[in-house]
Design a protein around this ligand. Structure first.
Ligand code: FDA
Length: 298
């Protein structure tokens, strides 16, 4: 469904779909995202903010997205929010011109550096893995405040990670949200979880030494506990990594972790291009489909 053009054009216009997506995003406007970010301040929870969208047809749109992100950084600074951006390279024109996202991310990295922040790059479907890694290497070598999402379900990720370690990278480790073939990705939950644990353990000493900024992008509390236990045993503080979760998912746990001394960041999305992104959220958990259907039937 995420790839179906007919649905993509029609579903987002339906009121029930707009109601259902509110579970995972505070609203389509930047103002709504910033207002939501404010609500996390008292709990000491930072935010990642992303303007939803992927795969452009026109490079002028990449410029518009980049301008919008610069405006967002200005607002983050003005409101005193502990906020960083997460961007997709295809949304900055990767399909049309490989230099386009480089130019835009370099500009955003400079802007973020003035606020002491990191610019995070999402990892998209496997058709983009090589190009995303190549772009990341060039960007991180040039700026040093750029983060990359790595997907534990990809069989190639341990090898990719080894090539990134010398760059003193910022890595957000996620399980992976796209429907990938078994030849290149683990398909069973137990295999993905094992891969996630092993990648996190590999990065932990680098994070503790300050040679890697580690974000655990997961709602899996068992895995988070495992990493925390390992950090404890090794004598590392639990602040050597950050827990990153999506807006609207495990909200109470985000606050609990923050109150227990974990560094927590909530990823807030805004923008009107939420269709494919929303369907990936539904696919992650069948119970969400029941929730969405309830919006149809009131
Ligand atoms: P898992 O799916 O095993 O979920 C663990 C538990 O969390 C579930 O049992 C449930 O209770 C809860 N949960 C998880 N997903 C839920 C949902 N949608 N609704 C309700 N409850 C849910 N992927 C990617 O391919 N590229 C990327 O760039 C990113 N970026 C990214 C950033 C951040 C901050 C996060 C948290 C996640 C991503 N992802 C991503 C998505 C990621 O790959 C993955 O699909 C989701 O995080 C779900 O997997 P979990 O690790 O949470 O585990």
């Amino acid at each position: 469904m995420a790839r179906n053009k007919w649905l993509k054009e029609r579903l987002p216009r339906l009121p029930f779909a707009r109601r259902a997506v509110r579970r995972f995003m505070p609203g389509e406007s930047m103002e709504e995202a910033l207002a939501a970010a404010e609500t996390f301040k008292p709990a000491g929870i930072g935010v990642l903010i992303t303007h939803l969208g992927e795969n452009l047809n026109d490079l002028a749109d990449a410029q518009a997205i980049s301008d919008n992100y610069h405006a967002l950084l200005d607002e983050i600074e003005r409101c005193g929010i502990d906020g960083e951006l997460s961007v997709k390279l295809t949304q900055l024109g990767l399909d049309l011109d490989p230099d386009s996202p480089l130019k835009h991310v370099l500009g955003l990295a400079d802007h973020s550096a003035r606020l002491g922040g990191t610019i995070w790059i999402d990892m998209e479907g496997s058709a983009y893995t090589d190009r995303t890694l190549a772009s990341y290497r060039r960007l991180q070598e040039a700026k040093g405040n750029i983060g990359l999402c790595l997907q534990a379900y990809l069989r190639r990720t341990p090898a990719d990670l080894e090539t990134l370690l010398p760059l003193k990278p910022a890595i957000r480790l996620v399980k992976g949200a796209y429907d990938e073939h078994g030849a290149i990705a683990f398909r069973h939950r137990s295999e993905v979880n094992a891969a996630y644990g092993s990648l996190a353990m590999r990065m932990l000493p680098f994070a503790a030494a300050g040679d890697l900024k580690l974000g655990l992008g997961t709602h899996d509390l068992v895995l988070i506990d495992e990493v925390a236990d390992k950090a404890h045993t090794a004598g590392y503080p639990i602040t050597c990594f950050e827990v990153e979760m999506l807006y609207g998912i495990r909200s109470a746990e985000q606050r609990r972790l923050a109150s227990e001394g974990y560094r927590v960041r909530d990823l807030i999305s805004y923008g009107d291009a939420w269709y494919a992104w929303y369907l990936r959220r539904l696919a992650e958990r069948p119970a969400n489909i029941v929730f969405a259907l309830r919006q149809v039937f009131g």
